[in-house]
Design a protein around this ligand. Structure first.
Ligand SMILES: [Zn+2]
Length: 451
């Protein structure tokens, strides 16, 4: 995968900035018109139940909550613009090519919009395009759910060195060098000792990515820039710049590093035993950060890669979804845990969350697992309609799983944007074309009633 030196990154941005609606680095008005027509035609073929496509996503204005699930084809990244303009990035992944090779014949998605730039670069470019107008582009928060490459980026020998500190650029470290981050949040700061001393782990590319990330952490702490762990159970550790302006907006920290909110005040319980892991090569997924965002009646769930379907050889704590589901309760929009892989999205979480809209952030051909699709489509867990939107999909997966997918999936590719109206009473889903950087709207769904 080709990468770009920091100097080049800066030059491209200075040419393109500020990225207003009339300047997205696209060559001509005529070319954009043609693209828009093609995108609308594509929408007719690739989506079901969409209302007439709109050419552009309405610009964010105060009072709205926008949640952009960014499609890079290479891992998770979600960009939030909250009702007062507070911004947050959750994850900045770029999956590990060595891991992908090791799981052949499974296939990764093609990189979006193409492979000419790293995922971190594309995430930063996307944020610059959709950031609130009229002020410098910054991230008030960037949260990493857990330390896997498809959430923090893969470091290779060719990854460029940062001009700032002792770390290389990929995923979150690259985004951090391109866009100022107010508070960096992960699952293990400040001591990085859960479930064991993470600083002592260096084998494997996930560990290398973590050690590299710790270089960014050291750089930030040396300059007084906050790096904090998510405090499970807390309400509003992640808060608006102007919380008093939108008192009906909150973010609840549901779980972090195996500690789960009990649902009473900010009380928590350690769910994964402190001695559960004894060696460095352990699975990060159960330790993921989990949050619930509330805006009036609107509720949104994001659980990183927590699992919920242990196999017979695994301990009880491989099911993190069931205790999480018990305290999260019903939501309007749920992101699928672990990209829709078959060890997640169990019946308990579907029964408890009852999502009207489900977002799948995926990047590899076994996502979703067939069992996950069967559970999502089943009316045994909850009644009523549900619409699923995926950031991408391998053709082989649709061929293998078959028509049950079309019963619930409304879109199989593109950036998935949730636009919540002021007050949180209604919300819409926009699908943006991920094949180029114009990001035209190719499908629009809703409005849905929040409840
Ligand atoms: Zn993942």
């Amino acid at each position: 995968m080709s990468r770009i030196a920091p100097k080049r990154v800066e030059r491209v941005y200075s040419e393109a900035a500020p990225l207003g609606k009339s300047d997205r680095g696209f060559p001509t008005r005529r070319a954009r018109t043609i693209l828009r027509a093609l995108a609308m035609m594509l929408a007719c073929f690739s989506t079901a139940g969409a209302s007439a496509a709109q050419p552009e996503l309405p610009a964010w204005t105060p009072g709205y909550l926008y949640i952009h699930h960014i499609s890079t084809g290479r891992g998770n990244a979600a960009y939030f613009v909250m009702p007062d303009g507070t911004t947050m990035l959750v994850d900045a992944g770029e999956a590990d090519p060595e891991f992908i090779a090791s799981v052949a014949p499974l296939k990764p998605f093609p990189p979006r919009p193409d492979g000419s730039h790293s995922a971190g670069y594309e995430i930063a470019r996307y944020i610059r395009q959709f950031a609130p107008a009229g002020r410098p582009v910054t991230l008030d928060y960037a949260m990493i759910t857990h330390f896997h490459t498809d959430h923090i980026g893969t470091i290779t020998a060719s990854s460029p060195l940062s001009a700032n500190g002792n770390y290389r650029l990929a995923g979150i470290t690259e985004v951090a060098d391109l866009i100022p981050i107010g508070t960096l949040i992960d699952r293990a700061a400040p001591d990085y000792k859960v479930p064991l001393d993470l600083r002592g782990c260096s084998e494997g590319n996930d560990a290398k990515a973590l050690q590299n990330y710790l270089g960014l952490v050291a750089f930030r702490l040396g300059r007084g820039q906050p790096v904090v762990g998510l405090h499970a159970g807390e309400l509003d550790q992640i808060h608006l710049r102007k919380p008093q302006a939108f008192p009906e907006f909150h973010i609840r920290n549901v779980a972090s590093s195996g500690v789960i909110w009990t649902g009473r005040g900010s009380e928590t319980e350690r769910y994964i035993p402190a001695d559960a892991v004894k060696a460095c090569r352990f699975d990060e997924n159960p330790f993921s950060n989990v949050i619930k965002m509330t805006y009036g009646k609107f509720d949104y769930y994001a659980g990183g890669d927590i699992p919920g379907v242990p196999d017979y050889t695994q301990p009880y704590w491989r099911d993190v979804e069931t205790p999480v589901a018990a305290v999260v309760g019903p939501v309007d929009v749920m992101t699928l845990d672990h990209h829709g892989n078959r060890d997640s999205t169990n019946g308990a979480i579907l029964r408890a969350l009852r999502p009207r809209v489900i977002i799948q952030q995926n990047w590899l051909s076994p996502q979703p697992g067939e069992e996950v699709v069967v559970r999502m489509a089943s009316r045994e867990f909850y009644s009523g309609p549900r619409d699923v939107f995926a950031t991408g999909m391998s053709p082989e997966t649709r061929i293998a799983i078959g028509p049950i997918m079309d019963r619930i999936y409304k879109s199989y590719s593109g950036h998935v944007v949730i636009r919540v109206a002021p007050g949180g009473g209604t919300y819409e889903v926009f699908i943006l074309n991920d094949a180029d950087v114009a990001h035209e709207v190719i499908a629009h769904f809703g409005p849905y009633q929040a409840d």
